[in-house]
Design a protein around this ligand. Structure first.
Ligand code: DSN
Length: 413
């Protein structure tokens, strides 16, 4: 990007230019990252940043709201259309604050909630003891089946009947399979629990109609807007109309003060982009790329949790390759490939140094990489793992990664 004004702040300018170079020359396989469009980036840098607008369209606590209201109304309209939602709140600042607002809207501190274990693919804000969710609420946790790697719906039902939670949480950060929303809903109805879906990872794939959509029938759904949805850092909450007042109250004044209107404008842009037919083509290619990646890795004897993927990500147990998750992440960084370490189900190792890594295809797909490119990516990945103690070989791979990546421009750079 051309930073006409920012270039005068030498320190920050230098760091941003270096990051642009890193993003252009490197291979982004972190499943939660993506490249927002230049239009989204422009909206994030606009004068709406200057405005305060506590409240909601038509009901604000400050003057001068006529254009902010237009932005927020447009974002809401687009989100409703994209997800078939009855009610949308576009103000949450990011995923965890959105989830905090959901809990605040439906629960009292100490209430029992059922969520997926972190090391099985759940998120910190789904009840981990070091997170506010685990501190404020009484989470009981379900897991994936040790053999198949799929969420064990029989176990979910059994725990739900036994524990009678007030809410059941589904939707995960490191789970590569389609989620059985309807079964969750049946179980929740049976035990009288609210249903909450956190679709942060798969929102873009759901919006494109490629994965099942819980929004029309779950009580409440949160999503970030920056992962497969490819928008700005931020989040939205969607819920059934009957819960609109309590959800809106929980976001403001419950959790937050003024919304970030420039980010909300960028959310509206991204939601508009996701409504276009080309977004469906993009989303389909994300899944195709992930499937090819899983198959190619399996052919090279990498152990994929659950044996494959239905979405944009996969988790590999690196144990048989003799490198743990952190070591793999650091090794791949040396050649310009970014991945995130990941726990595997029932991981004997701690989250800081777990047994696996998580890979995803949203970012490479945005750059235009397709099946044959994914085959090349897997070969670079594998060569790196094999060459872990060979500095000269790693240098050669780094050059190869750079040459390969520079063939695919990054939007906005
Ligand atoms: N940090 C995100 C991820 O990587 O999945 C979730 O919040």
């Amino acid at each position: 990007m051309d930073y006409k004004y920012l270039s005068k702040d030498e320190g920050i300018y230098k760091a941003i230019k270096a990051e642009e170079k890193r993003q252009s020359e490197g291979m982004e396989l972190i499943a939660s990252e993506n490249y927002a469009s230049p239009v989204v980036l422009e909206a994030m840098g606009c004068v709406l940043n200057n405005k305060y607008s506590e409240g909601y369209p038509g009901h604000r606590y400050y003057g001068g709201q006529e254009f902010v209201d237009d932005v927020e109304n447009l974002a809401i309209k687009r989100a409703k259309k994209l997800f078939n939602a009855e009610h949308v709140n576009i103000q949450p600042l990011s995923g965890s604050p959105a989830n905090a607002a959901v809990y605040m809207a439906f629960l009292k501190p100490g209430d029992k909630v059922l969520g997926l274990k972190l090391d099985h693919g759940g998120h910190l804000s789904h009840g981990h003891p070091v997170n506010f969710s685990g501190m404020l609420y009484n989470f009981v946790q379900y897991g994936v089946d040790a053999e198949t790697g799929y969420v064990d719906m029989d176990e979910v039902a059994e725990i739900a009947r036994q524990e009678k939670p007030k809410m059941i949480v589904a939707g995960y950060s490191a789970y590569s399979r389609e989620i059985e929303w309807e079964k969750f809903k049946q179980i929740a109805d049976e035990v009288g629990a609210f249903t909450f879906a956190d679709i942060a990872h798969t929102a873009g794939l759901i919006a494109a109609g490629l994965l099942n959509n819980p929004v029309p029938f779950f009580d409440v759904v949160s999503t970030t807007t920056h992962k497969t949805l490819r928008g700005p850092r931020g989040a939205i909450i969607m819920c059934l109309e009957k819960y609109a007042p309590q959800v809106d109250r929980a976001v403001f004044p419950g959790m937050q003060g003024g919304p970030h209107d420039h980010i909300n404008a960028a959310k509206a842009v991204a939601l508009g982009e996701a409504l276009k037919p080309e977004f469906k083509v993009y989303a389909r290619q994300i899944i195709t790329n992930a499937k090819v990646m899983a198959e190619e890795l399996a052919n090279k004897d990498y152990k994929i949790i659950s044996g494959g993927t239905d979405n944009h990500l996969l988790v590999i147990d690196m144990t048989n390759k003799g490198v743990a998750g952190k070591e793999t992440e650091i090794l791949l960084d040396k050649v310009g490939i970014s991945v995130s370490r990941s726990t595997i189900p029932n991981d004997p190792n701690p989250p800081m140094n777990p047994s696996g890594v998580r890979l995803g295809t949203p970012a490479i797909t945005t750059r235009g990489m397709r099946e044959k490119d994914v085959i090349k990516i897997v070969s670079l990945f594998d060569k790196t793992i094999i060459s872990k103690n060979k500095a000269a070989e790693l240098n050669k791979i780094k050059k190869e990664v750079k040459e390969f990546c520079l063939r695919f421009p990054v939007p906005g750079i």
